[in-house]
Design a protein around this ligand. Structure first.
Ligand SMILES: *Cc1c(COP(=O)(O)O)cnc(C)c1O
Length: 499
């Protein structure tokens, strides 16, 4: 537990004492107030808390100790690739040449950044087997939207406006159907086969003249490589539809599988997952999109172009009328892209392949260890992540996956992703990444196994967890729908955030 102890500390407003203060303005002119026109002056002082400087500093530092971060502990969130982020990348992203460049700087003085972006596009194209890449989308979800808008533009250019359906497997990330509906398509959900892959027969019978696109995550959100990918892609193209690959799980297949060569028409990269950027607190991220020849004309604008003399420039507005247009400001979240570039260059091709090999090894090791106490619904070679289930434990003891997640907090671990994919009862999606030592993996497995034993011997201990966190079980639905973001005095209440 942190230095704050087991309770949340009072807010700065509650610590405030009238007349207390920290800063002093040196030598204010005697008539300072008189110099401000009376209409612009406050009638009453602002209701700001009054504290001295150490109180303010300690307040924020102590709050920061309540954070759980990849720099303080293991973070096994499945589908998120919470790998350690080399500090070198932070240095690179903060270099003033990149960090201080104005987004609207003329091309002549932005050559270094443009070159980096151009080279990063090339590296991502090579890694994915795609023809070209846009770095513009701000996250994977926006990458999906860009890809599906390009697919829509392709069908429209051929007059095939009856194609209004997007097929999505039932294990897919929620952003997939959300993307399809934002782009004006109807989502058709395809069930999984018993082996966890896409049900090929169901898939074939859903394909038809109304299919615009198919969105496939490979490896899937169950951590399984789609063995029937060749047959799936052939069927998609025979039906005149295009294939989108959700590349969030790229960390598992670097140097092993190139989606573009396999036949995917478009894919996104979550560079904040695969190529390192601190994430999990809500951003920023970047979701570059790679396309094959079919969708090349529709890439968002502006693209980074390289002239014959080796100089770089941004595409001008209107220069490529087939483009779906601009998705966000400048060419993307440049700081995140600098980190990705640094990560890719530091590893090189052989190093990136090793990243994936080690991520897969770590996941399979953990799958075996966690399998000592939990069911593993698809207990065969996995890629970078796997699903465990507490369905049997729940039947015997009443302890649910949510309880296990809360109890893990007491044991010093961030919980894994829970209840996702939705297709697995009492599921836990666990992704260790390549950056964790075998000792860390063992400590995590031991914690999960000890919770299973506690569930059998003393289920109340688990169902009432966490016991050491400053807050326990929050009403997450209300917190998400009616977030309480502003401090208001609470008469009679000592704690600002009643549990
Ligand atoms: C993370 C993720 C996304 C969404 O990516 P963001 O960058 O968070 O928008 C989409 N699909 C899968 C499978 C993911 O894991």
């Amino acid at each position: 537990m942190s230095v704050v102890g087991e309770k949340l500390q009072p807010t700065l407003f509650e610590r405030s004492r009238p007349g207390r203060g920290g800063g002093k303005i040196p030598h204010p002119p005697k008539d300072a107030l008189d110099r401000i026109p009376s209409a612009a002056r406050r009638a009453t002082p602002p209701a700001l808390p009054e504290l001295n400087e150490p109180e303010v500093v300690r307040h924020y530092v102590n709050l920061s100790h309540l954070n759980y971060a990849i720099d303080t502990g293991f973070y096994p969130l499945g589908s998120c690739t919470m790998k350690f982020n080399p500090k070198l990348n932070e240095w690179a992203a903060r270099l003033p040449g990149f960090a201080s460049l104005h987004p609207l700087a003329p091309d002549e003085i932005a050559q270094g950044t443009l070159q980096l972006l151009w080279e990063l596009e090339g590296a991502l194209a090579e890694i994915s087997g795609m023809r070209a890449v846009t770095l513009q989308p701000a996250a994977g979800a926006q990458g999906e939207l860009s890809g599906i808008l390009m697919i829509r533009a392709h069908h429209r250019s051929r007059g095939e406006t009856e194609r209004d359906e997007v097929l999505v497997p039932d294990s897919s990330h929620g952003t997939n159907p959300a993307t399809a509906s934002m782009a004006g398509f109807r989502t058709i959900t395809i069930p999984s086969a018993p082996d966890g892959g896409v049900d090929l027969d169901a898939f074939r019978s859903a394909l038809g003249p109304r299919t615009a696109a198919v969105m496939i995550t490979n490896p899937s959100t169950l951590g399984l490589f789609e063995k029937r990918i060749g047959d799936l892609l052939d069927a998609v193209h025979e039906a005149g539809a295009l294939a989108y690959m959700d590349g969030a799980n790229l960390n598992a297949i670097l140097g092993r599988f190139k989606p573009g060569e396999a036949g995917f028409d478009v894919m996104h990269f979550n560079v904040h997952k695969t190529f390192s950027t601190p994430h999990g607190g809500g951003g920023p991220g970047a979701g570059p999109v790679g396309v094959g020849d079919t969708l090349l004309p529709y890439l968002p604008t502006p693209r980074v172009l390289r002239a014959d003399d080796g100089t770089f420039r941004l595409e001008r507005p209107g220069e490529r009328p087939t483009s779906i247009g601009r998705l966000r400001s400048f060419v993307g979240n440049t700081g995140v892209l600098v980190r990705a570039y640094a990560y890719i260059r530091a590893h090189g091709a052989a190093g990136l392949r090793e990243v994936s090999d080690d991520a897969v090894l770590a996941a399979n090791y953990l799958r075996k260890r966690v399998g000592e106490a939990y069911e593993i619904p698809f207990d065969r070679h996995c890629k970078h992540e796997f699903v465990a289930s507490a369905a049997g434990l729940k039947k015997r003891t009443g302890v649910r996956t949510l309880d296990i997640a809360k109890r893990l907090i007491d044991k010093g671990f961030h919980p894994p992703t829970i209840y996702f994919p939705l297709t697995v009862e009492e599921g836990m999606l666990i992704e260790p990444t390549e950056t964790e030592s075998v000792e860390t993996l063992d400590a995590f497995a031991d914690a999960l196994i000890s919770i299973a034993a506690e569930a059998e011997s003393d289920p109340d201990l688990v169902t009432s967890a966490p016991h050491t966190a400053p807050v326990g079980r929050l009403d997450e639905a209300t917190a998400a729908r009616q977030p309480n973001l502003r401090w208001r005095p609470m008469a009679g209440a000592e704690m600002p955030c009643p549990d």
